[in-house]
Write a protein that binds this ligand. Structure first.
Ligand code: FAD
Ligand code: NAP
Ligand code: SF4
Length: 683
């Protein structure tokens, strides 16, 4: 094999069928599973990934019955009619030469509805509904539902099923005493608690016959205090193999765990060692997972003996062509998932259709297409931040002639600040992707060019796209200007881009996304736990499940003290960080708490002088307090930069605004890239 990734791209012989490589597209709920009217969209989404070379696709979860719903009216496969509806999906994948398995997901007590069931009547900390405890007969009915669902999946044309046995869902709930207090044959000693998954796999195998893939997703690291021991995990894995599973996939962490498992600040391949521990204990292929987003990472995991396959979910939202690009020896052209969760998981948790921050076409393949332009135009894009980069490359890909200008010496706009935040190293990848994409699609990039309206008008472009981003907002705090002149006050741009160094005690004014990032930058002082797995595990109290149940360290090892004393302030009286990402905000809040950042809410900024920042509280401006600090960093939001707009319009140009230049409020890269891509698709 001549490929740079000989292990990753080697076929996997499963006896009755062969996967073309070792890449499994992990299950992801996109929101398209829940209504059959969306199945053609789901089919187009999966077909693109099959065409992109994935070895085995696993769908988002489908419940085997109503009791197993994740939320009311969630996707369910329980009838022959429903199986017929799935044909559009399986046919589309097979037409592209792919293979696809349906995930059977029973939510148990994680079900967000009043019909949920569980081994015992114990409410989960993440749902408002208390589940009904199943009778012994009720347990049998759930097993029968799994078997029926698998048989229907086969009828629907799927190549296999994945039995979801991790992340704290129904099956997991039987495995630990934390959620299973039964005293019948399904509870008590571990041999009884593991009876349910083993019985499910055996009955599924019986229902589908020998030549059908059964992936079992096994929780190898529960990350809850009284989770499984390693001996129990090994015992379960052996029994699952014996019951007829084809592949064991890795599950990491229950949803209620207080350890991040897939966020961007989690080190790459952070849990490969867990799957590796199981190697040699079973003889069926093992698949490892979590924070694998580049072909070399996957290659090293397999070559190094951690697993036989790797699972990637979000990286295939980000780039459907991931595997083909790796096989062609072009890893630099992969649009890498930066693990931000902003358009995928955050959408799912808000009941919105998932997509991808770096690839707005994900799950929108039927409506957002970059088709060749009917009329070739000359287009100028001003600003090479995320919005301008997306607009310029999509427009050029469609055949337009595109000039892209940026006043800075490098592309990326604010992403050049984001990438400097410890834990946001992945943001470098988006810039690497665009650096590769610009010459590939033929964008004419001109850096160090702050263009004027006169120059642009003189060049007579057909369309001018203003992607000039934002400028930091001036909060106009009394005394601020003198303190700026003396160097006591700086804004986040001066700190992150300008090389300014802050002192030992710093006040950060503004606790939005940027205020939080700046606080992390200041406490870590350039040392990122994301690049140091041992440190990261120590910080989050993760340990070997052979040492402590669930892999949760009882006493956390000593972690490095923060580099600075940081005070983070906001005027609102709400909890600081309340507006951060739905699935990641808690991680930022926990990190800053761990680093002893002091948070202040409901403050008024009275004045700044050489001693520090004077604040008061509430409408009555009470309890005036002087915060003595070495420096004050302003992170007080942003205003659009559109000084070019009026002169261009006055000169008769056709002008379009995108990203921060359009609206600065609640701007993020998801909107910037989406808006840029959609505009360019329409020009
Ligand atoms: P910008 O990125 O601001 O780019 C504008 C570009 O225009 C700049 O490169 C500028 O040099 C150029 N320009 C301006 N005027 C001219 C001119 N006259 N001629 C030529 N060039 C010009 N977003 C997220 O979604 N997730 C995050 O986790 C995240 N983290 C962040 C962390 C930090 C520390 C910061 C600062 C931002 C973060 N953001 C994040 C915000 C995100 O970076 C912005 O939303 C995004 O960059 C906006 O893109 P844009 O293209 O509209 O503008
Ligand atoms: P932001 O989230 O709007 O926060 C601005 C902060 O400044 C708020 O704390 C606000 O709170 C305060 N503020 C606003 N006007 C002020 C004034 N006149 N005087 C004093 N304080 C003022 O904006 P941001 O932090 O600049 O971030 C910009 C965008 O980047 C965000 O919309 C965000 O989506 C994106 N971003 C995202 C992430 C992420 O992890 N997803 C990270 C970084 C940035 P009070 O009004 O209560 O004081
Ligand atoms: Fe990855 Fe972010 Fe895209 Fe989700 S939205 S797939 S985490 S890049």
């Amino acid at each position: 094999m001549t490929s740079a990734y000989p292990h990753l791209l080697a076929p996997l012989d499963l006896g009755f069928t062969t996967l073309k490589n070792r890449v499994l597209m992990g299950s992801m709920h996109t929101g398209l599973e829940d209504r059959k009217k969306n199945f053609p969209r789901l089919a187009a989404y999966f077909a693109e990934r099959a065409r992109g070379g994935v070895g085995l696709i696993v769908t988002g979860g489908f419940a085997p019955n109503v009791a197993g719903w994740v939320s009311p009216f969630a996707g369910r496969l329980a009838t022959h009619g429903a199986a017929r509806d799935h044909r559009v999906i399986t046919d589309a994948v097979h037409a592209e030469g792919g293979k696809i398995a349906l995930q059977i997901l029973h939510a148990g007590r994680y079900g967000y509805h009043p019909l949920s069931v569980a081994p015992s009547r114990i409410k989960s900390p993440i749902t408002p509904f208390t589940p009904r405890a199943l009778s012994s007969w009720g347990v049998e009915r759930q097993i029968a539902a799994f078997a029926r669902c698998a048989a229907l999946a086969r009828e629907a044309g799927y190549d296999g099923v994945e039995v979801m046995g991790s992340e704290g869902y129904f099956i997991n709930q039987f495995l630990v005493e934390h959620t299973n207090r039964r005293d019948d044959k399904w509870g008590g000693p571990f041999e009884n608690r593991m009876r349910l998954p083993v019985e499910i796999v055996a009955r599924v195998r019986e229902a589908v016959g020998k030549d059908f893939i059964i992936v079992y997703r096994l929780s190898m690291l529960d990350l809850i205090p009284d989770g499984q021991t390693w001996d129990e995990i090994v015992m379960l894995a052996k029994a699952i193999e014996k019951a007829g599973a084809t592949i064991i996939n890795t599950g990491i962490g229950w949803h209620e765990a207080r350890v991040p498992t897939i966020a961007t600040s989690v080190p790459r391949a952070a849990f490969g060692w867990v799957t590796k521990k199981l190697k040699g204990e079973v003889s069926i292929p093992l698949c490892t997972t979590n924070r694998i987003n580049a072909p070399d990472v996957g290659e090293q995991l397999i070559a190094g003996g951690s697993a036989d396959m790797i699972s990637m979910a979000r990286p295939l939202l980000a780039d459907a062509e991931f595997v083909n690009k790796a096989a062609a020896g072009k890893p630099q052209s992969i649009n890498t998932c930066i693990a931000c969760n902003q358009a995928c998981l955050d959408h799912s948790f808000s009941l919105k259709i998932a997509s991808c921050l770096v690839n707005p076409r994900a799950c929108h393949e039927t409506e957002l297409n970059y088709t060749p332009a009917t009329q070739k135009k000359r287009i100028a894009v001003i600003g090479a931040g995320p919005a301008g980069l997306a607009a310029a490359t999509v427009a050029a890909e469609r055949g337009h002639s595109v000039d892209l200008f940026d006043a800075a010496a490098e592309i990326g706009g604010q992403f050049n600040m984001a990438k400097r935040i410890p834990g946001k190293e992945e943001f470098h990848e988006t810039l690497r992707y665009f650096r590769d994409r610009i010459p590939t699609v033929g964008v004419n990039l001109q850096l160090n060019r702050r263009v004027t309206a006169e120059e642009l008008l003189a060049a007579k472009y057909d369309d001018i796209v203003l992607a000039t981003g934002v400028l930091p907002r001036d909060p106009k705090i009394p005394g601020q200007d003198a303190a700026i002149a003396s160097g006591k006050v700086m804004n986040y741009v001066e700190l992150l881009n300008g090389g300014r160094i802050a002192g030992k005690r710093v006040a950060v004014v503004g606790a939005g996304g940027i205020g939080f990032d700046v606080a992390e930058f200041l406490v870590d002082d350039g040392h990122s736990a994301t690049l140091d797995l041992g440190l990261w595990m120590a910080e989050w109290g993760v340990t070997d499940p052979a040492k402590a149940r669930g892999g949760v360290a009882g006493v956390r090892p000593q972690i490095a003290p923060p580099a600075r004393e940081v005070l983070l302030l906001q005027r609102k009286s709400s909890k600081p960080g309340a507006g951060l990402g739905k699935t990641t905000g808690w991680i930022h809040r926990s990190t800053l708490k761990m680093k002893r950042v002091e948070m202040f809410a409901g403050v008024n900024y009275e004045s700044i002088d050489e001693r520090g920042l004077l604040i008061s509280y509430g409408e009555k401006r009470e309890n005036a307090t002087l915060l003595e600090v070495d420096h004050i960093v302003l992170c007080t939001g942003q205003e659009p930069e559109r000084s070019l707009e009026q002169p261009l319009i006055a000169g008769g140009a056709r002008v379009h605004r995108i990203g921060g230049a359009d609206v600065a409020a609640e701007l993020d890269a998801k909107r910037a890239i989406n808006q840029g891509s959609r505009l360019a698709a329409s020009l």
